[in-house]
Design a protein around this ligand. Structure first.
Ligand SMILES: N[C@@H](CCC(=O)N[C@@H](CS)C(=O)NCC(=O)O)C(=O)O
Length: 206
């Protein structure tokens, strides 16, 4: 196994969290290097694309959260070997990334434009993505997105749905998932209760 260092912000979510969970589930040793927000400006230009997560693999770096998820998913046995199933997992992760980016783009807005932008997302794109992603879950059998087992696609979706349901996003109703995509709400519980994931967050006091 290569020497792995995951570099990301110091919170238990966001684009770096799927990588952490993937390595924990598989028992892959890694250094969880958490960068405090105040240190980020000094670090930004040292990263290849001025963004995190960054994964160091035996001293070389790769970036882009879904690229990292795929790479680690392969090491962890949580990514399909079959090309078609792998494409379905990729599609799902990229769809989640698309809508997460739309939401993420509102984070730095001032109060009034943020309200407007989020209300617009809650009125259209978020319900649409929820329903489309739920349809993919149904197509996979209703419990997992691909191969009828936990993969990095489930982890990616779980983290997005958890964010939506957390109530942390002002102007986006926390019950939007329950109302628009109840199967994704159930999927969240399924992933959250995976023994390795439950043990990980219990150990972190979450
Ligand atoms: N496409 C990239 C986006 C990376 C990204 O925007 N990361 C955010 C954190 S989730 C970041 O580093 N923001 C700090 C900044 O842009 O200064 C990925 O999927 O990894």
């Amino acid at each position: 196994m290569p020497k792995l260092i995951l570099i990301y912000f110091d919170f238990d979510g966001g684009r770096g969290e799927a990588a952490r969970l993937t390595m924990h589930i598989a028992g892959i040793p890694f250094e969880d290097k958490r960068i405090p927000g105040k240190e980020w400006p000094a670090q930004r230009d040292k990263t290849p694309f001025q963004a995190m997560p960054v994964l160091e693999v035996d001293g070389k770096v790769i970036t882009q959260s879904n690229t990292i998820n795929r790479y680690l998913g392969k090491l962890a046995g949580l990514y399909p070997k079959d090309d078609w199933q792998a494409a379905l997992a990729d599609e799902l992760m990229d769809a989640v990334e698309d809508i997460s980016t739309k939401i993420g783009n509102t984070m730095a807005l001032e109060d009034e434009p943020k309200k407007k932008a989020r209300e617009a997302l809650a009125a259209g794109p978020i319900p649409r993505f929820l329903k489309q992603i739920e349809a993919r879950l149904k197509a996979g059998g209703g419990e997992w997105f691909v191969e009828k087992r936990l993969t990095v696609a489930d982890i990616k979706c779980f983290l997005w749905v958890r964010w939506l349901k957390s109530g942390a996003l002002d102007h986006i109703p926390a019950d939007i998932v329950d109302k628009q995509a109840p199967l994704l709400a159930k999927h969240l519980e399924r992933v959250k209760n995976h023994p390795k994931i439950a043990a990980y967050y219990a150990a972190r006091g979450k």
